[in-house]
Design a protein around this ligand. Structure first.
Ligand code: DAH
Length: 334
């Protein structure tokens, strides 16, 4: 190739690459390509210069230097141009201005209460188990000794999802209580049992400050030889005091539940009055029979507590509906 033509080609190519480059990084690439010492276009050009006949060498060598210097100058000029623009941006940046901090999420107060309950009951030696929220009548009622004609089974008091006609195994419903998990646990393991289960339950109640059609319960069950009512009262009193402080007052009132005998209702002092926080009692022998345990061999206690009620007392929340409205101004406090 004609050497002078090669110089022109080199110069033109370098010029347009420099024009196209718009930042220091791209210019560095251009520099490597056109002015690199080890390889690249300049090196190729140099080789070509070496092939020139001896008498032309001084002229060609001079031209080579000129062309290289020109490319170098163009590159430097462009580099100066792009770095002023960059410097301008840098000087507009004020590092002393406060940054935009990201909005941090947090755990819902009910979730926090659930974690806390699990931890406290874990210290008393209770394992945590889970149960399904969609249940059959066997686990929600029958095995819990709740007879066919019991008002708790009224379709108007439950969220039935499908009738017996629609399902092979009988009607299904959203569980109305976590007591279902007592049955599931005992069905799947022999005694002794010491578990709690925390989760959602559903009832078509009218919403007000203390009622919601979805809320959370903590179910507890302890089965072994010689389990007594005194142990039940001790566990519940210790639990309430660990959660709400040593001064909390709780009381037990005689009551009735189909799955416990005797049964109690548990109240907690709330201001000047008592607030019911759950039910408890000694597991009814019929429940043991339904799961294949021998009531002559074992005894047990069970309890079911409303988690929202504890949470309301703990955080001084006066309306249960606040928990489900997802108002960030409310949720931020926890
Ligand atoms: N399942 C009852 C309810 O939802 C609460 C309850 C009472 C649970 C007595 C128990 C218990 O385990 O022994 O109203």
């Amino acid at each position: 190739m004609d050497i002078l033509q090669a110089f022109t080609n080199y110069l033109n190519a370098a010029q347009s690459a420099i024009t196209e480059a718009s930042n220091a990084e791209q210019l560095e690439q251009v520099r490597i390509e056109f002015l690199g010492q080890k390889k690249g276009k300049l090196k190729d050009l140099q080789k070509l210069v070496g092939t020139a006949p001896p008498k032309e060498k001084p002229v060609v060598g001079k031209k080579f230097n000129e062309v290289r210097n020109e490319v170098q100058a163009l590159l430097e000029a462009k580099l100066a141009e792009v770095s002023t623009t960059t410097n301008q941006t840098v000087s507009d940046f004020d590092p002393t201005l406060p940054g935009q901090s990201p909005q941090l999420g947090g755990m819902h107060p009910i979730t926090q209460t659930i974690s806390h309950f699990r931890e406290l009951m874990g210290r008393f030696g209770f394992d945590v188990v889970e149960g399904p929220e969609i249940e059959d009548e066997l686990h929600n009622f029958d095995a819990l000794n709740i007879p066919e004609d019991h008002p708790a089974r009224d379709p108007l008091d439950n969220f039935y999802i499908a009738t017996a006609k629609a399902t092979a195994g009988g009607p299904i419903l959203l569980r109305s209580q976590t007591s279902t998990v007592q049955i599931r646990t005992m069905e799947s393991q022999p005694p002794p049992v010491r578990i709690v289960s925390l989760g959602r339950v559903y009832r078509p109640d009218t919403m007000d400050a203390t009622h919601s059609c979805m809320f959370h319960q903590m179910e507890g069950l302890m089965v072994d030889r010689h389990v007594t009512m005194a142990q039940l009262k001790t566990v519940l009193s210790l639990f309430a005091r660990s959660f709400l402080g040593p001064d909390v007052e709780i009381r037990f009132r005689p009551s009735f539940f189909p799955f416990t005998e005797p049964s109690v209702e548990v109240d907690m002092k709330w201001g000047d009055s008592w607030m019911e926080i759950g039910g408890a009692g000694m597991v009814d022998p019929n429940v043991f029979k339904a799961v294949g345990y021998d009531p002559e061999e074992v005894s047990g206690f069970a309890f079911g507590l409303g988690i929202e009620r504890f949470c309301m007392k703990h955080y001084e929340v006066d309306d249960i509906r606040r928990f489900y409205e997802n108002d960030v101004r409310f949720l931020k406090q926890f």
